[in-house]
Design a binder for this molecule. Structure first.
Ligand code: OSB
Ligand code: MG
Length: 377
């Protein structure tokens, strides 16, 4: 049965951009740095029928990808939002085509696309999950655990998440903080579903070290090499028993097809921001499903807006591995939605209300806002 995935056109009156700075409950350390505050752009698409919400998942600095808060703000304010405002009335599915002339800036585009889809679906009374083709009412919840002071501290933190009920653990690794950290978690907790994420911190020269991870029976190793190292990833994947999963490298459905053709990885982490939007994310899902490749939904420390969207995406049938869709409280004491995602028996519920199915906590939104601009035609 072909999915129509078509929403009614929206009339875009204005786009409001905000930069938020939301404190994290604990520092989050990866191979590329430590965050203590989540700086994020929240987008509101204003239509005659009401507002839709989106989130731009850039980080403050260009360390995970080339985009960052100020670059996304600039391209949204200068090009991306004006292009949509100029069109005035369009269907959400037309957004990628309207924005195609602007090269790159996928996270920026994805955030505005989401706001437009949310506005359209709220007007129709249809949920984002229904729109995307969700087939589940809840999704299994994995947690991404940052690098800690030492392996013993990591074991403590992981133990806390397992007690909360998370069904899969992902630990961040980097050169010098890989084998001992992984060994400590494996020894402490036995055969739990465990995977590691290197965020591009290695080169092919580290293949011997990475091959030593094989003895830990990991679900996968995520993005060991650089974003554009598709050929090196293929060479590495052929040497490892641990499946290679790509995150940073997969910037589009085309990149996913190329990576699969090259054998660069056998699993894909789907992040809508990284690949330019939820519509492109569904395209990656579809092509992987046809190719028999497992996908899972990654995270970017989303607020309740992106977290709701990710839960809906992860409910598509090809998402066969637990995603990084944890409870909001794993990152935030205060979220910007009135009913933040909670963990229930190791799962997060897929919202069923109109659009993203979450309501904005206006006071919290205001409190965390550090910059704001409203763009009109
Ligand atoms: O590589 O998956 C990643 C957070 C920020 C940037 C990149 C990554 C991550 C995470 C956290 O691992 C995932 C989450 O939101 O829980
Ligand atoms: Mg990753």
């Amino acid at each position: 049965m072909p999915l129509t995935r078509a929403a009614a056109p929206v009339t875009l009156d204005a786009v409001e951009l905000r930069v938020l700075q939301i404190p994290l409950v604990s520092p989050f350390t990866t191979s590329f740095g430590t965050e203590t505050v989540r700086e994020v752009i929240v987008v509101a698409a204003e239509t005659p029928d009401g507002r839709g919400w989106g989130e731009v998942v850039t980080m403050a600095a260009p360390l995970y990808s080339s985009e960052y808060t100020a670059s996304a703000w600039d391209v949204l304010a200068r090009y991306v939002a004006p292009a949509l405002l100029e069109r005035r009335a369009f269907a959400p599915e037309e957004v990628p085509g309207i924005l195609r002339p602007f090269v790159g800036h996928r996270m920026a585009k994805a955030g505005l696309e989401l706001a437009v889809i949310d506005a359209a679906l709220r007007a129709e009374g249809r949920s984002f999950g229904q729109y995307l083709g969700a087939e589940k009412d809840r999704v299994p919840s994995g947690v991404s655990v940052g690098i800690q002071r030492d392996p013993a501290a990591l074991v403590d933190v992981v133990g806390g998440y397992l007690d909360e009920g998370y069904v899969r653990i992902k630990i961040k690794i980097k050169p010098g903080r890989d084998l001992a950290d992984t060994a400590a978690v494996r020894e402490a907790f036995g055969s739990i579903p465990l995977q590691v994420d290197a965020n591009s911190a290695y080169t092919l020269q580290d293949a011997d070290t990475l091959a030593e991870l094989d003895r830990f029976d990991l679900l996968l190793i995520e993005q060991p090499l650089q974003e554009d190292d598709l050929v090196d990833h293929a060479t590495l994947a052929a040497r490892l028993r641990t499946p290679v999963c790509l995150d940073e490298s997969i910037v589009s459905a085309k990149a996913a097809a190329d990576a699969l053709a090259l054998g660069s990885g056998s699993i894909i982490n789907v992040k809508a921001g990284r690949i330019g939007g939820y519509l492109e994310a569904v395209a990656v899902h579809d092509l992987c499903r046809d190719a028999g490749i497992a996908v899972w939904c990654g995270g970017m420390l989303e607020t309740g807006i992106g977290r709701a969207a990710n839960a809906a995406l992860a409910a598509l049938p090809g998402f066969t591995l637990p995603g990084d869709i944890s409870a909001s409280a794993r990152f935030y004491e205060h979220d910007i939605v009135t009913e933040p995602a909670v963990l229930d028996d190791g799962h997060v519920r897929v919202p069923t209300g109109p659009g993203l199915g979450v309501e904005i906590d206006a006071a919290a939104l205001e409190r965390f806002t550090v910059r704001r601009e409203r763009l009109t035609r």
